[in-house]
Design a protein around this ligand. Sequence first.
Ligand SMILES: Cc1cc2nc3c(=O)[nH]c(=O)nc-3n(C[C@H](O)[C@H](O)[C@H](O)COP(=O)(O)O)c2cc1C
Ligand SMILES: [Mn+2]
Length: 478
Amino acid sequence: MAFKDVRQFIEALSKTRDVVHIKQEVDWDLEVGAIGRRAYEKGGPAIFFEKIKDYSDHQIFSGMLGTFRRVAIALGLPPDAAIRDIYAEYETRIEHPIKPKIVEGGPCKENIISEEDVNLYQLPVPYLHEGDGGRYIGTWAFEVTKDPDTGWQNWGMYRFMIHNRRYIVGWPRHSSHLGMILHQKYVPANTPMPMALVIGADPACMATSTVSFGVGANEVDYAGALNLEPIELVRCETSDLLVPASAEIVIEGEILPDRVAPEGPFGEYPGFRTEGIRSGVLCRVKAITFRNSPIFTTIQLGVPRDDSSVVASMTAGVAMKRRLLRHGVPVTDVYAPPEGVTHLVVVGVKQGGRRVVEQVKDVFLSARRVDVNKIIVVDDEDAFNFSEVIHAFATKSHPLRGAIASEVEPGKANALTPCYTAEERRGHKGGLMVFDATWPSEWSRWNQVPVRNSFDVMYPEEVKNRVLMNWKQYGFKD
Ligand SMILES: Cc1cc2nc3c(=O)[nH]c(=O)nc-3n(C[C@H](O)[C@H](O)[C@H](O)COP(=O)(O)O)c2cc1C
Ligand SMILES: [Mn+2]
């Protein structure tokens, strides 16, 4: 069964003890941030803050999908499902997009505030990390925008902070779909771009808004795919944008084509506050609609694991695998470990060797955006098993020939990668290192590839069977 809203999901997490309810009053000013951050760093549960200082009728939910357990629960899998199985379920479901259902009205319309009554400070927007440029209203929230020519409505998760009572400012990259539509369509025409910021929808909507399904693709169809049923959408009050009917809070506004405002700094997903103040996209808020006793959703980005590193592990890992397969690379698995914050990924291939490794490298370099900067390619190992991957990396990757460094085409590298200089980040310049931890294809398996000293490989079947049969009898428990 799919979760229709944040409330149903919190209920499910309560049953499995994957959420802690904090009834004590907490301060939106850094305390919510610090509590959430510490919970992530201890691998702890999601948090439902029931009492927020200065905001008596509001609650905050933090860390919706901050562990693989929570992702598994969101997909209706057993909470302790293996990461491999969670990836596989996600991969299968997004094969069958389901169109949304448009409905008249819904809980997100229970309260409507418009025009001069809009005051963003009436929402319990937390000041999350010391050093942030402001109170971030869009952290676990997504933006709906529309291509004026085709009608395509895009969902993307991009950070936004409060600029003042009636304005928010954000940083969608130029290469994001919002950035693309804004700069190719609205800015040249000098017309405001309608935008809706959705704060707190069901887990499938939140997860799919972090994924790039391609130009013209509606993320909502994939949210439906994850839920195995259509998402119910309602029309905005001030535009024809469509938002989930059961969303907690919707901020309706328009991005001004001819204005910018300071945005950031922000404690970002690679686990560092890398950047200073940027020139941000400015959005004038025209209306706020929200449910009774709304639940504001947030996350506290930082060192892994948190919602970003966990969800992106699955969504980016699967997207990369599909892309490699489309390009004819014989991949078995792609694992983007949360600790790699999409900077490091492991690619498993059926048959290794230099040619395949070069192919992997070329496919990554030809992408529209190259956020990844290190790839480990393995052949005989389980890409999801980090002990096996480190072992292969240590022993099979040749220090002189096993690493291929390439420059990424300027404009395509990740602007938030901490090891890049300020100048590199500004120009989106960077590199990609591919570590070949596979056996050279010209080495014969018969007499050149070293024999793996493991139980599975080294012993004759007869001996293995005898050992397995007697295992408990020897005195082992399992
Ligand atoms: C928590 C979180 C915050 C993000 N913030 C931004 C952001 O501020 N700007 C941006 O360009 N991408 C950001 N992203 C990445 C986008 O969500 C991702 O690239 C997504 O594919 C965007 O949708 P689009 O492909 O429709 O543009 C963020 C992702 C997550 C998980
Ligand atoms: Mn998109």
